[in-house]
Design a protein around this ligand. Structure first.
Ligand code: PLP
Length: 393
């Protein structure tokens, strides 16, 4: 461990604070470190490995496609990409798809669509409105829509044309959306901020305000999508249908791929030359995503996500030291009682063999693979109870 630790310190840019463990193998909801210790993974690579680690269907799809044709330029046709686009569009908003390689890039595409759509209705300086606490990514467009990170002057100047309103405040949102608004870009459940769901009232206000202004409503489903909340897309469990959704993370079953998916009208906005990406939608990533969707886009599995998520929530609420559990399906934020330090609790849980993270000082985030069962839920709850059993520090 100390060798890789020293090499990491020397050769990698200092952008991450890593936990002191080197994972070398994964299977289902389990991970193993370099010393052979086993862990229960309740973070799944931050909602990436939703079908579990090394799912045989994804491994086989990638193996097969890599050996046949691993890359072809977007200047030519490629069947896996087209098949995946049809599946994603039919399974959501019915319009068109642009592929990307990550979440932030999927949002860049959505931002371009919103700005061009606004210019078409004669808006000179289009504005994109998001909520404080939102996280949309780290490239400059998505960064500008991520208020906490956009405040980092050292990375400035930021892209103009973005503003934010207080979280889950429908009135503030209504007054921020006007004739210059290109889009409202939001997470239905804020993930990086610590699992904070938006109320239905705010989602409805966002839809109405966008309709009144002629703006697009964009849901960033990068963390909430692909079955995480118990439906393929989180918006399905709300009264609101967005114009555009973005996806990444779990979409590729561990393989990098992102997608911007539109309704019919928004799908007509971008034209040749407006956008592109060398690797995006390549055959291997597309096959990985198709195999992943075969597993996730299944009413039986989605029902289990809701059921097992409910069991996990109930088990957590029984534990002393836990004040509240937020979220939906298998996207849960665990609010710890006063005096607990979530970072320390997460570190203690890692020692015990449970992988979770601490997005806020008093919140643990649980994003287990969607294939977990009651036994794993019981195991995780026991470890959390034991860790909190020591009481608040
Ligand atoms: N949007 C949301 C809601 C996210 O949770 C993330 C990543 O955590 C992103 C966008 C950025 O995705 P990526 O890291 O793949 O660029």
């Amino acid at each position: 461990m100390s060798e890789i630790f020293d090499a990491e310190q020397r050769w990698l840019m200092r952008t991450y604070k890593r936990a002191p463990v080197e994972f070398v193998r994964g299977e289902g909801a389990r991970l193993w470190d370099a010393e052979g210790r086993e862990y229960l993974d309740f973070l799944a690579g931050i909602s990436v490995c939703s079908v579990g680690h090394c799912h045989s269907a994804v491994v086989e799809a990638v193996r097969h496609q890599t050996a046949r044709l691993s890359h072809v330029s977007n200047l030519y046709y490629s069947a896996p990409m087209v098949e995946l686009a049809e599946r994603l569009a039919r399974g959501s908003l019915g319009g068109r798809v642009f592929f990307a390689n990550s979440g932030t890039e999927a949002n860049e595409c959505a931002i371009k669509i919103a700005r061009k759509h606004a210019h078409r209705r004669g808006v000179e300086s289009p504005q994109i409105v998001s909520f404080q606490g939102d996280f949309h990514g780290r490239t400059y467009g998505s960064l500008a829509a991520t208020p906490s990170l956009a405040a980092n002057d050292a990375l400035g100047p930021m892209l103009p044309g973005f503003c934010s309103v207080p979280f889950d405040d429908p009135e503030a949102l209504r007054s921020a959306v006007d004739a210059d608004t290109a889009a409202v870009l939001l997470e239905t459940i804020q993930g990086e901020a610590g699992i904070h769901p938006l109320s239905e009232e705010t989602l409805v206000a966002a839809r109405e305000a966008c309709d009144d202004a002629g703006a697009l409503l964009i849901f960033d489903e990068i963390q909430t999508g692909c079955g995480r909340t118990g439906s393929l897309w989180s918006y399905e469990q709300t009264p609101v249908r967005p114009d555009v959704i973005t996806s990444a993370k779990a979409l590729g079953g561990g393989f990098p791929i992102g997608a911007c998916i539109t309704n019919e009208a928004a799908g007509e906005v971008l034209e040749p030359g407006d956008h592109g990406s060398t690797f995006a939608g390549g055959p291997v990533a597309a096959r990985a995503a198709l195999a992943t969707l075969d597993v996730i886009d299944d009413p039986g599995l989605l029902r289990e996500v809701r059921r097992v998520g409910g069991i996990l929530r109930d088990a957590l609420l029984e534990i002393q030291g836990i004040e509240d559990v937020r979220g939906r399906g298998l996207m849960l934020g665990v609010g710890l009682a006063d005096g607990f330090d979530a970072t320390e609790v997460a570190a203690g849980l890692l020692q015990r063999g449970l992988v979770v993270n601490a997005p806020e000082p008093r919140t643990l985030r649980l994003l287990p693979p969607l294939i977990i069962g009651e036994a794993e839920v019981g195991e995780a709850a026991e470890m959390i109870a034991a860790e909190l059993g020591g009481g608040a520090s």
